[in-house]
Design a protein. Structure first.
Length: 629
């Protein structure tokens, strides 16, 4: 299936790994050995940077600004830790997907806090102190989960009490629903809520599928990719054939739709409503493509075709994939519905990691589709897919036409990074040991197509030009001398693998009006990429926070239209930002040269339509409460 399965089979040797966060023994002489060497991904950075900078004048949208990594100044010391399967053992198993990350104002002080996920050692909650500074407040919050292998989380106000609660997924450690008690403290209500599933869970999506004003919850399950044996950490050791697991029906773990019954209780209604998804599902999101007012669900399948389920009046779901999406990616990882060209229709962008694992290519081929060795390659899109919504149920796949193909993508954060009214893309990309360095992609939108700008805006190369970090050690004169990495080596060596980003969230971290980016890396510290757009020029924007009354308190599912000059900007409030992640953030609208919006219209999940023309905030946050009349 995947060429790299055989390439890494010889690495299945258990040796104690060295994470980036571990201290080196002072008395031991350790020689660093970069792998791969040479690394064509790292070596090509300089020429790629010069080429993109030389063509910057051809980018027809605002790009005279940049990002700088200020993780040191932020005070954030979190480091994501990986399982041994992804160090010396290097099994092709789903642990290499890493973790998501989420953001919300957990303590009600008006500042957005960050929650980082890890596989080993415990998750961390970081309180926003303002001015770009953070404090670790995990202790006492109840959110460490150091007893299990976390995957991701979602913030949402499931009990409509005005603060963001948290759902955390895990690998065989049991998922958890955490009720926010205020001031950054959470209580585990998993048992009483009835959401105790324990398996190979992945993403979690809150949405109100029956429009009763209570947020329901869809949990995607991948399928059994571990064995009944634990490694150090501990973690459940991955199967050596994990990536052909979809060929074994007995390994299936169907995803779960939980209906919110109120009073803190949920019920599994997957069978009842006909939403039984048995794909190896990593994530999902919702929209309303047929505009009937009921949220539909798009479910990613990382090992096969995706599935689209149309909501039948909150009673049942019917699969409509073939009618709307006859060709999907084979290995989709990231998903986002948004209006990229300001025509009022929700388009769909999907990132496909697994097609890019079929062959190893040089950087000059990264913007091309993979060559899928399948009997009928027309069944799938061999890479990223972008479905332009032409209205009336007509969707056209235009990923190559508009320039959104890239290499080794995980998830995507979609928002207006240059505040011109058009949504841009930040795609977390790349792999880690034993693969070469791969870049994160930042694509700027001109309303018709996208333009690569990761080097122009300082996202690549990373701060200090760093591309590798310590991955594990071998005693080549002793116990590990037969290891293939010890060929021609003596003494203790330290294998240095490539840095690689997995998830991200786009938000106004320092509350200066422009959007920043925070990442969750694989086996490394995050990047805190602060934008200087607002320092370069005066920007105009509107942030909207919704408070539902008949609708769910978060207003999740609302469609918001903002009129600014001769443009109408449309966004679905879905909380989606980054790989596997659902945050609780204000909706951001860049207004370009228009000083202020003149109208805000909200189609609430309850079905009500509310129009605001008075008191619209200029260059700030506007809180809109759902009318009760």
């Amino acid at each position: 299936m995947f060429r790299y399965l055989s390439a890494v089979a010889s690495l299945l040797i258990l040796v104690a790994p060295l994470g980036a966060q571990e201290a080196e023994p002072a008395s031991e002489t350790v020689r660093p050995v970069q792998f791969p060497d040479p690394d064509i991904g790292a070596l090509s950075l300089d020429i790629r940077q010069r080429k993109q900078l030389a063509s910057a004048g051809e980018v027809p949208v605002e790009h005279d600004f940049g990002f700088s990594d200020r993780v040191g100044a932020s005070g954030i010391t979190f480091v994501q830790r990986v399982t041994e399967d992804n160090t010396v053992a290097m099994k092709p198993v789903h642990y290499d997907h890493g973790n998501g990350m989420v953001a919300a104002d957990v303590d009600g002080d008006g500042l957005l806090d960050l929650y980082f996920m890890t596989q080993l050692g415990g998750n961390e909650l970081w309180k926003n102190l303002g001015g770009g500074r953070f404090e670790n407040v995990t202790e006492g919050s109840g959110l460490a989960f150091s007893d299990r292998i976390s995957v991701t989380a979602a913030f949402a106000d499931y009990d409509n009490d005005g603060d963001p609660d948290l759902f955390v997924t895990s690998v065989r450690g049991g998922n958890a629903l955490m009720r926010n008690e205020g001031e950054g403290r959470f209580t585990d209500v998993t048992e009483e809520a009835g959401v105790t599933y324990s398996g190979h869970s992945s993403g979690v999506t809150f949405f109100d599928f029956d429009r009763d004003g209570l947020l329901d919850c869809f949990v995607t399950n991948v399928g059994s990719y571990t064995i009944e044996e634990q490694g150090p950490g501990p973690y459940w050791i991955g199967r050596v054939d994990a990536f052909v697991g979809h060929k074994f029906p007995e390994r299936t773990e169907a995803s779960i739709l939980y209906r919110n019954l109120g009073a803190g209780r949920f019920q599994d209604v997957s069978q009842e409503v006909g939403l039984v998804d048995t794909g190896w599902a990593g994530d999902a999101t919702f929209t309303d493509l047929n505009r009937d007012g009921w949220p539909d669900l798009y479910v990613l399948n990382m090992q096969g075709a995706d599935h689209y389920y149309e909501n039948q009046g909150g009673k049942r779901f019917e699969e409509k994939t073939a009618a709307l999406f006859p060709r999907t990616p084979w290995g989709a990882m990231g998903v986002k519905f948004f209006d990229y060209n300001l025509d009022g229709e929700m388009d769909l962008f999907l990132t496909d990691m697994h097609s890019d694992m079929i062959e190893h290519i040089n950087p000059d081929r990264e913007l091309l589709k993979a060559r899928i060795p399948q009997d009928d390659p027309t069944r799938f899109v061999a890479g990223n897919a972008f479905y332009m919504n032409q209205g009336e149920g007509r969707l056209r796949e235009v990923s190559d036409e508009i320039g959104v193909e890239n290499y080794w993508p995980w998830g995507v954060s979609v928002d207006d990074l240059n505040a011109d009214g058009l949504d841009d893309l930040f795609i977390t990309s790349s792999m880690s040991y034993p693969f070469r360095y791969g870049i994160n992609s930042l694509l700027l939108n001109d309303g018709a197509r996208y333009h690569g700008a990761e080097f122009i805006l300082g996202v690549e190369p990373r701060a200090g030009g760093r591309t590798h970090l310590p991955w594990f050690r071998l005693d080549c004169s002793g116990a590990d001398k037969e290891h293939e990495r010890c060929e021609g080596q003596e003494g203790t060596i330290e294998i240095q693998g490539t840095l690689g980003t997995r998830s991200s969230v786009v938000l106004d971290l320092d509350d200066d009006g422009d959007l920043d980016i925070v990442t969750n890396e694989f086996g490394a510290a995050p990047q805190v990429l602060i934008s200087d757009l607002g320092e370069r020029r005066k920007i105009h924007f509107l942030k909207v926070r919704l408070i539902g009354s008949k609708s769910n308190r978060d207003g999740l599912g609302a469609l918001v239209r903002v009129t600014a000059g001769d443009k109408t900007l449309v966004k679905r409030h879905d909380g989606k930002s980054g790989y596997l992640s659902q945050s609780s953030l204000p909706i951001y609208f860049g207004l370009g040269d228009v000083a202020a919006a003149t109208k805000v219209e909200i189609e609430w999940p309850s079905g009500g339509v509310q129009t605001v023309t008075e008191g619209i905030v200029a260059d700030g946050l506007m809180v809109i409460r759902e009318e009760t009349g």
